[in-house]
Write a protein that binds this ligand. Sequence first.
Ligand code: TYD
Length: 246
Amino acid sequence: MQKKHLSGSGWETQDQILPSPFGLRPGSAPLPGSFISFEGIEGSGKSTQILHLADRLRQAGKEVVLTREPGGTALGRNLRSLLLQASDPPPCPMTELLLYAADRAQHLEELIEPALGRGAVVLTDRYLDATLAYQGYGRELGCDLILKIHSHPPLDRRPVRTVLLDMEAEVGLNRARVRNTFEGTTVSEGRFEEEQLGFHARVRDGYLLLASQDPERYRVVDAEGGIEQVAEKVWDTVRDIIMDVS
Ligand code: TYD
């Protein structure tokens, strides 16, 4: 595979980082529900937008299961503390990757698969692509091992649509830091927000590369507009897959 230069961070993908063919196809048997993930760098507004979409779908009469990673289950909430709270020394990149995968396996078994099985719309704030972007690209572990781990049930479940809320890393990071200061979350869950700008630029570039590799599943939304304006764009990216909602 040819090396590809990604603008912004000056970071280049390496042959071993991006496997070819990329292999992000659904593995598990289809279920009646709709599985949609939201992704983006810190401060990109995912949490606000996912709530907005959930409200709109509920008003349209849909059963919506709104969840997030890490921490969509009781076990996951314990893992979330281990992953996001500052610790000295911090988890090494491989530990981090395996804890996110553990959180996801439990999340799928306990919450996502049953909800999809009964026909619900599952909206998750982060999923597999976050591991590819943060651990694969941000921590530079590469995508091969991550995809291998995620080829085993239940981890082989893929969203039908992934909405990437995209913005410059610097803009998102500043927004996240301001939000944390106001909410007082800097100390408790800010481990990733303490990373240097270069890390977040790699994450953003990783997401954009993932999106370009899988245009059928991904929709990239410019997240720098106002909340209502972005919400309309998000709606347009999912309405086609939630067939009977106009
Ligand atoms: P969260 O507070 O939910 O952040 P945000 O509001 O920005 O989504 O914390 C989740 C953090 O965990 C976020 O910094 C991204 C990181 N993360 C990974 O590094 N890998 C993963 O697989 C997932 C799901 C999240």
